[in-house]
Design a protein around this ligand. Structure first.
Ligand code: CFM
Length: 544
């Protein structure tokens, strides 16, 4: 970061705080941090996963979105039935973002459907369980799925429908697996609570149902890859080229049976730590599967991750194959960067998205020679910022208490030690981030801004102060940002581009960013801070 950047950070913090009432300002001040990394890797404390102050226009989504939309949604052959008003289903309908590839056209794929109980006033008043049972029956009669998941929306929790009792009853009646999720939208601070609920129920009701041994050696589960824009397909190809057997992905391009048989794998690799670290922990405790943090966004990160997996298996032939894949991949990337980097070097980017991409995508910008001046998550927890080393110091708050912590014991028959604790300790120096995640801040530059749960007001202030060359966020921010004369790359839907993982995806991303940051059209817009007339209406809080 340059001194100019650092003074811009200070101006931003000062200016944005002025807009808040004193109490809100004090809270926000703990969520906006100027980064420093001590020699031992310690970074400043940031407040995260705390409730957004009402009135602030947050980027966040709801618990139901995290459970149904994110974790369960990308699985193609579970009927995901939403118990609630139709709007909740419509907005969680995965139509284009997550990709899936059934082996043949006759294999089930329900991802294009939108299943809902379509609750009306009368059900809110008299209860919706009867309608839910009918809907489960109807879905069964029409599709004969292997499993049906029932997702609770806000009103279901308020009126007290017992989705779990309905699930048990229908499971018995239909002879297929039916399970419910108490993922009412208001249940937690954000969608993060929904991830946890989804992990718990999948673990309780599906994982471990099929004990068929892994078909090939070096079987690996890929956790936290949802196959946005085909990202998962690229990773699948890389695994095949290196000789790793992909057992199950949670949950992009996945199926019910894959989940049921995932506990036989030799290793879990975790891409999105935020959404699925619970599953990794529980599978370790119950089945003895170790896990490694990986990241396939960015060419160097991909190389590191593939090498970590190969190092875990300690097979010289596998290592050789992996090294060949890495060498070819890096050469492909280097060729592309030769030209592209000349046009991107020195430009500035900002990333405000989700609970892992704001970290992972920084890799690609660094490879382009760009500076990440500010970044933050919508709903991540302190460990995603500061690293898992802070886990013991995270206090359980009222919101986390809403979500069940499963008590998991080793399975008497199926717990199998893949690597003893001594072996894991011995591997740690070669396999970085073994059962650990170092977090986002450690990889960010000195003086860069880290902002948790950024809001619209701060986004505008940030852009006005820094005038970055590209801003990465989602659809809710995109057009506000672009009207300010700054291109916005959506990192949730990819603007329907992608894939961006692996070496192939890295080059896709470089090309798009090069085009965006050099497009002259943005300079033709007059952003509000340059316009002669200010906004028509301004307001400030009365301060005491
Ligand atoms: Fe994980 Fe995700 Fe993300 Fe996420 Fe999400 Fe997502 Fe995301 Mo949107 S699971 S935390 S809840 S990587 S939907 S596929 S893009 S906010 S950064």
């Amino acid at each position: 970061m340059t001194t100019k950047n650092i003074s811009q950070s200070e101006t931003f913090k000062e200016e944005s705080m002025k807009a808040y009432p004193a109490k809100v300002g004090r809270k926000r001040a703990q969520q906006i941090v100027s980064n420093t990394v001590a020699p031992d890797g310690t970074v400043p404390v940031i407040q995260a996963n705390s409730r957004t102050t009402p009135g602030i226009i947050s980027q966040r989504g709801c618990t139901y979105a995290g459970c149904k939309g994110v974790v369960l949604g990308p699985t193609r052959d579970i009927v995901n039935l939403v118990h609630g008003p139709i709007g909740c289903s419509f907005y969680a309908w995965l139509t284009r973002r997550n990709q899936t590839r059934p082996p043949s056209p006759s294999d089930p794929n329900y991802m294009n459907y939108c299943f809902s109980t379509d609750l009306q006033d009368e059900h809110i008043i008299f209860g919706g369980e009867k309608k839910l049972k009918l809907a489960v029956q109807e879905a069964f009669d029409l599709f004969h799925p292997k499993a049906i998941g029932i997702f609770s929306t806000c009103p279901v929790g308020l009126i007290g429908d017992d989705v779990h009792a309905v699930a048990r009853e229908m499971k018995e009646k239909l002879g297929i697996n039916v399970f419910g999720f108490s993922c009412e939208g208001y249940k937690g601070v954000s969608q993060s609570a929904g991830h946890h609920i989804a992990n718990n129920q999948l673990f309780k009701h599906v994982v471990g149902l099929d004990d068929t041994p892994a078909l090939k050696p070096y079987s690996v589960n890929l956790l936290g890859e949802y196959n946005i824009g085909g990202d998962g397909f690229v990773i699948e190809d890389l695994f095949a080229a290196c000789g790793f057997h992909l057992q199950t992905t949670f949950s992009g391009n996945s199926t019910y049976e894959k989940f049921a048989n995932s506990h036989v794998a030799e290793l879990n690799v975790v891409t999105c730590h935020r959404s699925i670290n619970y599953m990794a922990d529980m599978m370790k405790r119950k089945y003895g599967i170790p896990w490694i943090k990986v990241n396939f966004v960015g060419a160097q990160a991909t190389a590191k991750s593939l090498r970590r997996i190969a190092a875990y298996f300690k097979d010289p032939e596998l290592t050789e194959r992996t090294e060949k894949v890495v060498a070819e991949g890096l050469q492909y990337v280097e060729e592309a960067l030769k030209v592209l980097k000349l046009r991107t070097e020195g430009k500035t980017a900002m990333l405000f998205v989700g609970g892992s991409r704001a970290h992972h995508y920084q890799e690609l910008f660094k490879e382009l020679g760009m500076t990440v001046a500010a970044a933050g998550y919508e709903f991540a927890h302190r460990d995603d910022y500061e690293g898992r080393r802070v886990l013991p110091s995270i206090q359980v708050d009222a919101d986390s208490r809403n979500i069940e912590e499963l008590h998991v014991e080793p399975d008497p028959e199926r717990f199998k030690i893949r690597r003893t604790e001594a072996e894991i300790e011995a591997l740690k120096p070669t396999v970085e981030e073994f059962e650990d995640y170092l977090g986002m801040m450690r990889e960010m530059e000195e003086g860069s801004l880290v902002i948790d749960d950024i809001n619209h007001w701060e986004t505008e202030k940030l852009i006005e102060t820094f005038k970055p060359d590209v801003f990465c966020a989602g659809i809710k921010e995109k057009y506000v940002v672009q009207k300010m004369g700054v291109p916005c790359k959506q990192l949730h839907s990819y603007d329907y581009g992608g894939p961006y993982t692996g070496f192939l995806g890295a080059v896709n991303f470089y090309k798009e960013i090069e085009r965006m940051v050099n497009n002259k059209v943005w300079k033709r817009l007059t952003p509000p801070w340059k316009a002669k007339t200010g906004p028509q209406l301004t307001a400030v809080f009365a301060r005491n």
